[in-house]
Design a protein around this ligand. Structure first.
Ligand SMILES: *Cc1c(COP(=O)(O)O)cnc(C)c1O
Length: 356
């Protein structure tokens, strides 16, 4: 494992009142950086003061989008700081690298760098339940070259941002529009990678959904526009006749860590789960028959996001009378209880980082 250097900041920032700031607006004093070139491979792992970066106007990421990212969280548990499933996130980082032809990182070095960064910045990890320190690792191509090709140089950065509880006004259901005009990813494409391109492909449809009064879009498969995929930044799960059902990982959706956590906990509770193809027609039929008990999204930012309304072709399906379902509620409390340390972590999801 590579040695990790440290460069001290001349001056530290004033810490904001986390309950008053939005998502991703404030950043801590330090960041982690590592660079790649053909000669040295990934090298020069270091923790340095947070700063703006400069790139060539011909930077290949700006023009062709060869970049990937991750999103995970650190939490306070009394006088301890922990991270939730960091190794799973770093393994997924390398999977995204593979899909975009970015040279894989040495996970142990990045993991160690991340642990050192969090330890350095432990005073930035907010203490109240629901609050967290959001961790954003990302890699982007740095060749100053306008030709279309796989870059020969890259930078990995990890930046940290304190975030308020996602549900500042209480845990509440959202309105989701099933998107049948625009598509985001197709099998064989980039859907399984956490990459900016998937977000670029979703912005316009998100805006249109907003204008129609919905919070987010639910994507259907890009070929037949028939099978359920995922929400913009969340996986989607349904409770149909007592079973938790979610689309299988077929290459066009992200392998969400929260999705995995939900399935693992449901299994622990003895609740049947199934990962399979689900058509929007099946959902409509289950709704009409009164068998669609709950719909909810899963993702690191919100943890669980109950869906109160599912709009499709101009018609709204009101799920569970627009109220939070009991499974989604219980799962939200369970996972946030693992984050806060109120519940015992029986499956090894929580990694201790440092004492305060
Ligand atoms: C990050 C992300 C998710 C959620 O994944 P988690 O690992 O649960 O945070 C789902 N879909 C997309 C497209 C994402 O980028």
């Amino acid at each position: 494992m590579a040695e990790i250097k440290f460069e001290k900041a001349a001056k530290l920032k004033a810490k904001p009142d986390v309950s008053k700031i939005g998502f991703g607006t404030h950043f801590t004093d330090y960041m982690f950086e590592m660079d790649y070139d053909k000669e040295h491979g990934w090298h020069d792992a270091r923790i340095i003061p947070y700063h703006d970066i400069t790139v060539s106007p011909a930077n290949t990421t700006l023009h062709y989008g060869q970049a990937i990212f991750e999103g995970m969280k650190a939490f306070r548990q009394g006088d301890k700081v922990v991270m939730f499933r960091p190794m799973d996130h770093l393994r997924r980082l390398n999977n995204s690298c593979r899909i975009l032809d970015i040279p894989p990182v040495d996970i142990d070095t990045v993991h160690e760098g991340l642990r050192k960064l969090i330890t350095t910045e432990k005073a930035w990890v907010p203490a109240k339940k629901g609050q967290s320190l959001y961790i954003r690792p990302f890699i982007f191509a740095t060749d100053p070259y306008l030709g279309v090709s796989v870059s020969s140089s890259y930078t990995l950065l990890i930046i940290l941002s304190p975030v308020a509880a996602y549900y500042a006004h209480g845990f509440a259901p959202v309105k989701i529009m099933v998107e049948d005009t625009y598509v985001r990813a197709v099998r064989g494409g980039l859907g399984e990678a956490k990459t900016p391109a998937n977000y670029a492909a979703s912005l316009h449809a998100g805006l249109v959904a907003h204008q129609k009064g919905y919070d987010q879009t639910l994507w259907l498969d890009g070929v037949e526009r028939k099978y359920i995929e995922e929400v913009g930044s969340m996986n989607i799960l349904f409770k149909i006749k007592g079973e938790i059902v979610t689309p299988e990982l077929d290459g066009s959706i992200l392998n969400g860590i929260t999705r995995r956590t939900v399935l693992a906990i449901a299994k622990e509770w003895g609740i049947p789960t199934s990962e399979r193809r689900i058509s929007i027609d099946e959902i409509r039929e289950a709704y009409t028959d009164g068998d669609l008990e709950e719909v909810f999204g899963s993702g690191t930012a919100a943890v669980i996001s109950p869906v109160g309304v599912l709009g499709y072709k101009g018609e709204d399906m009101v799920i569970n009378d627009g109220k939070i379902g009991s499974f989604a509620q219980k799962m939200f409390e369970h996972i946030t209880g693992l984050h806060s340390g109120e519940l015992k972590d029986t499956q090894g999801f929580v990694e201790f980082v440092t004492e305060m």
